[in-house]
Design a protein around this ligand. Structure first.
Ligand SMILES: NC(=O)C1=CN([C@@H]2O[C@H](COP(=O)(O)OP(=O)(O)OC[C@H]3O[C@@H](n4cnc5c(N)ncnc54)[C@H](OP(=O)(O)O)[C@@H]3O)[C@@H](O)[C@H]2O)C=CC1
Ligand SMILES: CC(=O)N[C@@H](CCC(=O)OP(=O)(O)O)C(=O)O
Length: 346
């Protein structure tokens, strides 16, 4: 049987997540990039707009976004624009019959929660209800049937994957609040010029930001079925890519000997989640440029606290890689298609 090819649009290809989508999809055996468009600030042939991709053949010219042109030339579109701009465009394309994956935070939360954490007016609740949360390890079947997917946030992906095997397995009442220490490379903040991202500010420094107020807090609690209360600390690392999460959980000590087996069986059918053997720890460099998530766990007998570590590439499993994994599921392809690359260590 010949496989139907899928015409794919990327809205926001000049952004960090969008350009990673172009790179991944150009290697996909059954997808063709048929439309590339942004705000209109950067338009023209790919070699002018994204010089590092100039040798990819057959890519369309980058144009100023038009919903009609996008719907005309695509079966499926990724919308990778800043939160506040992205969701409405994603919904408009979905209304025009395009299958859409939105990478922003606009479609992930109920309206009242979005308003409180993003400090912005949400889309209407009936619109938000159409979007399926795109974390395949939790929601694979619903994603496969969806026409509109809300791709998870980068910190949220790393934290949820670190903790989801505990849902329904530990007694959440006895666990108490979970501390999540999360660190991100600078591309997590997007490509726009911001003072705190300049080399002179970022290099040789390290600090937490949006303390107690990070917008991924409710997203993580929601994806853990609301059973845990979390304390999220987000910090900016002076590196370009990568997210590292360390989570601290007070579990029943009787469960400790079985934790590794629980994680390994929970992720047995998840091709991108690698539960490391005891004694190993994740590295950001081991997942850079890939859609992988490395996880390790350590039981600390002295304090009776479980340490869970996870590492992803914020632009891979944290954004573009995960978006392509979702698109594969929506198209009925193997979820790993176009995503089989290994990490670049140095
Ligand atoms: N970076 C990351 O690690 C992650 C990002 N995300 C989310 O993905 C989305 C994209 O992020 P990122 O790539 O970092 O962002 P960037 O700031 O790097 O890029 C934003 C893109 O949006 C385009 N754009 C902005 N406004 C408009 C508009 N009104 N109409 C059309 N295009 C527009 C820009 O195009 P132009 O050049 O033409 O102005 C640019 O291509 C965001 O919602 C972000 O929150 C989610 C997870 C991780
Ligand atoms: C390093 C850095 O600044 N990271 C961003 C993560 C961006 C993101 O995923 O935000 P959305 O929820 O809008 O998609 C931040 O902390 O806001």
């Amino acid at each position: 049987m010949t496989q139907q090819r899928v015409r794919v649009g990327i809205v926001g290809p000049t952004g960090y997540a969008g350009m990673e989508l172009v790179r991944f999809i150009a290697q996909h055996p059954y997808m063709d990039v048929s439309y590339l468009a942004g705000s209109g600030a950067h338009t023209g042939p790919i070699g002018d707009v994204l010089p590092h991709l100039r040798r990819l053949s057959g890519l369309p010219t980058v144009s100023a976004f038009s919903p009609a042109a996008c719907a005309e030339s695509c079966d499926l579109a990724f919308v990778a624009l800043p939160s506040g701009e992205s969701g409405a465009i994603a919904v408009e394309l979905a209304t025009r019959g395009v299958r859409v994956i939105d990478l922003s935070g606009d479609l992930r939360l109920p309206g009242d929660v979005y308003r409180a954490w993003y400090q912005r007016e949400p889309l209407a609740n009936e619109v938000l209800a159409r979007a399926v949360y795109g974390l395949p390890e939790v929601n694979r079947t619903d994603i496969a049937a969806a026409s509109l997917v809300a791709n998870p946030g980068c910190y949220a992906t790393a934290a949820i994957l670190a903790l989801r095997p505990l849902v329904g397995w530990v007694d959440a009442q006895r666990v108490g609040p979970i501390a999540i220490d999360a660190k991100s490379g600078a591309t997590g903040a997007g490509r726009g010029a911001k003072q705190h991202l300049q080399l002179g500010e970022l290099a040789n420094d390290f600090y937490p930001y949006r303390v107690g107020a990070h917008q991924h807090t409710p997203e993580i609690e929601q994806a853990l079925d609301g059973v845990f209360r979390i304390l999220l600390t987000t910090q900016l690392l002076p590196i370009p890519r990568g997210i590292f999460v360390s989570a601290y959980v007070q579990i029943d000590p009787d469960l400790a000997p079985a934790v590794h087996a629980r994680y390994a069986s929970f992720y047995e059918s998840a091709p991108f989640v690698d539960v490391l053997p005891p004694g190993h720890v994740p590295h950001i460099k081991s997942v850079a440029g890939t859609n992988d998530c490395q996880i390790s766990i350590a039981w600390n007998e002295r304090t009776r606290i479980l340490q869970v570590f996870s590492a992803i590439d914020n632009l891979g499993k944290g954004a573009a890689g995960q978006a392509l994994q979702n698109a594969n599921l929506m198209c009925g392809f193997d979820e790993t298609m176009g995503l089989s690359g290994t990490a670049l260590w140095t």
